[in-house]
Design a binder for this molecule. Structure first.
Ligand code: SF4
Length: 369
């Protein structure tokens, strides 16, 4: 039988019989959207190295994005928030024990390849602590390049979704293929979502709105969300669900109140995994630049993404997703808005345009409304 082709990594010359890594650790600790983007490397690694153990090191809650990925042997959690709690309470021995336990566990796994997709000091340190002979960093900064055996620049077609990760796998000599995002949800999360939807009275196809992020310059106007929800419900025949975290409950309640209770408000009522499962089941998602929106695209849910101060991509690389981006001269400003809180970039997106794109993405999957 012919052995599958297993490309050698470019970094180190080894004999042809010894080119395939046997154990790989991917490090992308946070944030949720970035973990969703980075998840696209998993199918590529599995295709290239069908027999390798592949693990991922992540912090909660971002680990929820990966928990059910079939390519993964283990999602190793770094409970950073718990460690901070130990530090605050002065429990230094407990903290040291936890640190040594995680570091020793990583080293015991004898990774021969680590991909540091975060490229920061903290991710680089974990990469170094594994003792892996090959440590490839993506755009390594904060001194972490000195902890790597190779650094690949953050490069690629910046308009295409996940292009820097696509470029990385190419630099490793691997074939990215279509390179779809690869978030996953567990059966438990699907059950949580089903319960929440049933309690909210949602039956059959439904639309999800994902309006919330931690940065106000990425938000659309609350009255437009309410208007959009009403028009999706009345014009497309889809009941509408709001998703978000516990910190979004007040804003979600305001939007729901504007629709006179016609929107099912699940913000803070499911965990992250449950929200992801809701998005996976949805017939439509409209969201801002947040991990939930990127995950919806990864699930193949028809999705419209609203970007203004940030522009993580313009090309979602799938007909089931579209990006609306106003492209003002001041955009993208990232974390440094210069508009004094006016956020014209998001205000420039009309409800009519969002609805038109929503119909288009639904039509791309054969649904019409
Ligand atoms: S500075 Fe421009 S791009 Fe940034 S938030 Fe304001 S309007 Fe949007």
């Amino acid at each position: 039988m012919r052995r599958p082709h297993r490309p050698a990594l470019n970094a180190v010359a080894r004999s042809p019989e010894d080119t395939a890594p046997r154990a790989i650790l991917v490090i992308r600790l946070s944030a949720i959207g970035d973990v969703v983007m980075a998840s696209a490397v998993l199918p590529v690694l599995r295709r290239a190295y069908p027999d390798a153990r592949i693990d991922w090191l992540a912090e909660p809650p971002a680990d929820a994005v990966l928990a059910a990925r079939e390519e993964l042997g283990e999602v190793i959690r770094w409970p950073k928030a718990e460690w901070r709690g130990l530090l605050r309470r002065g429990r230094l021995w407990a903290l040291l024990r936890a640190f040594l336990g995680l570091a020793r566990g990583l080293r015991r796994n004898r990774y021969d390849l680590v991909l540091d997709l975060q490229g920061l000091a903290k991710s680089g340190l974990w990469a170094r602590l594994t003792g892996a002979p090959e440590r490839v960093g993506l755009g390594s900064r904060e001194g972490s390049r000195w902890l790597m055996t190779r650094v690949v620049a953050r490069d690629g077609n910046e308009e295409r979704i996940a292009s820097e990760y696509r470029n990385l796998v190419r630099e490793l000599g691997l074939e990215p293929g279509a390179f779809p995002l690869a978030p996953a949800v567990s059966g438990t999360a699907r059950e949580e979502a089903a319960r929440a939807l049933a309690e909210a009275g949602i039956k059959g196809p439904f639309a999800v709105l994902a309006p919330f992020t931690t940065r106000p310059q990425k938000h659309w106007l609350e009255e437009r969300w309410a208007d959009l929800a009403a028009r999706i419900r009345d014009g497309m025949g889809l009941p509408v669900v709001l998703v978000g975290g516990p910190g979004d409950r007040a804003a979600a309640a305001r939007i729901a109140a504007r629709t006179e209770g016609e929107v099912a408000d699940l913000a803070g009522r499911t965990g992250l995994a449950g929200s992801l499962a809701v998005l996976r089941e949805a017939a439509l998602c409209v969201g801002v630049d947040t991990g939930l929106t990127h995950a919806a695209i990864g699930f193949g849910t028809p999705t419209v993404a609203l970007f203004g101060s940030t522009r993580p991509y313009l090309d979602p690389a799938t007909p089931s997703a579209r990006v609306l981006y106003s492209g003002l001269p001041c955009a993208p400003c990232g974390r440094r808005p210069t508009c004094g809180g006016a956020f014209h970039c998001m205000a420039a997106i009309p409800v009519d345009d969002v609805l038109a794109e929503a119909r288009a993405v639904r039509a791309s999957t054969g649904d019409t409304a």
